[in-house]
Design a protein. Sequence first.
Length: 173
Amino acid sequence: MKSPTPIEMLLPELRAYARSLSASADAAEELVQDAVERALRAEARPAALADLRPWMFRVIRNLFYDELRRARVRKEYFTRERRLFSESGPMPDQARDVLLRLAFERMPEDKREVLFLVDVIGLKYAEAAEVVGVAPGTIMSRLSRARQALRAAVDGSEALETPRESRHGTKSR
């Protein structure tokens, strides 16, 4: 029978620590899974159990606080968006949703893709960057521009390019 790896030996403690941080058992398990995934990918993870243990706790802690920050940023973003929509005058929710969907569909492919990956699917910037094949900073700037373009289109202050037409009027595809 194969002896457990150092990470496997730490799993009960890692789960307990993650549960102490998280509001739910599912969220705690997700934290542990993400931490183990990072540990397995890391080139320079500690080999000795005595060094690995605090390192893994730190990874779980950092993941937990990163997610809290992301949730706060999303909440601030949606609060701001809600305020902007309410300031632009009363618009029935159905009409706003239709306008938003039409504007989204008319966005250029690169903007639509990054909005979908981050705002609709909920991928992290690094995950979206990996999918698209660019740096996380590029995802962040593309996302910012895409959100501005979508907001402008919904507010009626800017027309969007159609997905199949470039800035130069040539067809792409």
